[in-house]
Design a protein around this ligand. Sequence first.
Ligand SMILES: *[C@@H]1O[C@H](CO)[C@@H](O)[C@H](O)[C@H]1NC(C)=O
Ligand SMILES: *[C@@H]1O[C@H](CO)[C@@H](O)[C@H](O)[C@H]1NC(C)=O
Ligand SMILES: *[C@@H]1O[C@H](CO)[C@@H](O)[C@H](O)[C@H]1NC(C)=O
Length: 521
Amino acid sequence: MPRPRALRDAVLILIGATTMHLASVFLQEPAGSIVVNTQVSSHFIEDYNNSAPAPLDVEEAVKPKEREVQHLLQSEVSSTVDLAYDFPETTIVAHAPGWTVFRNLYMSNGTLYIISSQHASSFPDIQYITSTGLFAENTPENIAARMPTSKDMDFLTPAQARQRWGGSPDKRERNRVWSVAGNTFLVNEPSQFLDHYYHFCAELMFGAWSFWSGTFNSIVDSRTAALTTAPSVDRMIFAHADAYGWRDRPGFNSYFLRAAFPSLTVEVQADWEDRIAATASRSAPARAWHLDTVLLTDRSAAFRGEVCGARTQRIAGEALEHMQRAGTLARWWWEPLRRATLRFAGVDEPTLDIGIRAQAQIQAQSIVITYISRQGARRHLIDADHEQLVRALTAMCTSHGWELNIVQAERLTKEEQLELAARTTVMIGVHGNGLTHLIMMPVTPLSTVIEIFYPGGFAHDYEWTTQALGMRHFAVWNDTYHTYPELMSPNYPEGFQGTQIPVYAPTVTQIVQDRIAGRLS
Ligand SMILES: *[C@@H]1O[C@H](CO)[C@@H](O)[C@H](O)[C@H]1NC(C)=O
Ligand SMILES: *[C@@H]1O[C@H](CO)[C@@H](O)[C@H](O)[C@H]1NC(C)=O
Ligand SMILES: *[C@@H]1O[C@H](CO)[C@@H](O)[C@H](O)[C@H]1NC(C)=O
């Protein structure tokens, strides 16, 4: 039985740019249909639901959804706000700590404005929406310095907005408000974590896409999991990072962003500062920007939430778990971005389909074991233990007829790395960025990530992400392991970052064999 989705006030907000995208989905998928509701309530939509998240349903992925069709007349979907004389009020379409989708957000002189005739108390506390965008340190002074003030985000009534930026109606003067049309991801966090493949792709983009597609209750085309009704994203603005502030050294961040969003425009801090300066000229009356539809994300604000701050330390945790609770996250929500990136890398269609085929049990899957060696990097295994592991994996794969790949990521091209991840059943590696490629693995009932830590050490990075995708994760401490539903806490003992991480190879090969045999499902 497909699980009914909670349809909220604002199910799909369609703006001009998404119309073509949706039309093409209809053409591909006549059985599917979409509820379109262009009514956005004028107050904060309290859609938080504490009930336990329903388990993800594989059936749902392969059956078309039953939905009402409403014809997509251009007049119904185009955004017809009149900025010349009105101040369309700000609404929040969805919110979780660190992640907020707004319609009609304003910015002037660096302050984001919520224009509303409702009292500020009907909106979430701004500390859960934004911050001052400074680098994070774990000191009381720094924590205080990151708390947002009315300089970062403020509230105005429509009358106050008119006083600041309105023209005089008798003289037929127009408002001094310029619209930034379409859909914007506004990233308030600084470069501290952005310039890292894991934090950019597996945290920021992973969280942003779950939140965005969940907000719009997006349907992912069930046959190919390539098309989504999620509104397209026109631009990303990094308000506190420069052009190199969001790029990682190996170059995966820009590769992923351009492959997954080929028409997206990037603005960085200097561009945001242009927009700030343009609204705060000393010689001219104040102006404002009107941001049509915005996903505002803020790392510090996410850490003030329970899911991220207390439990997972993953900003994406707030986004994804919120949408799971709301019941609006499609089973294959991540797949369109995964596919777009892998197709760009030259991966063929049968390989792209491994996950979908395995989940639908259409065909037995070939087993591919990939050990990402870090022996050339800073944090790594004891050399002798690495050699033992290689021997044990080789013996196991030879006897079962499984494919084994032992790779040092830095010696492969991006395309080779992605192609390998795209068909890996079991990924093995020491805790580290190489494991980020798990976001490109096919999600099958056998998919597994085995992460080797210095005994006693743990971090949620790859564990949370693996489980969020519906795969199994094992944290290996030499000759023992920890896995769901055990609750682990982050710990960085002496030796965590070192070159003497032990691993007892039979523990690793036993996990692999048990997983493939279905004994650890
Ligand atoms: C929360 O979800 C449950 C189960 O789906 C539903 O019965 C309940 O009405 C929901 N509560 C709210 C406040 O939406
Ligand atoms: C813009 O903000 C800065 C401080 O952030 C302030 O010093 C300046 O006076 C403001 N400019 C205008 C025109 O309001
Ligand atoms: C790892 O486990 C093996 C097998 O139990 C044991 O012989 C070895 O001493 C352990 N290594 C460390 C560093 O604890």
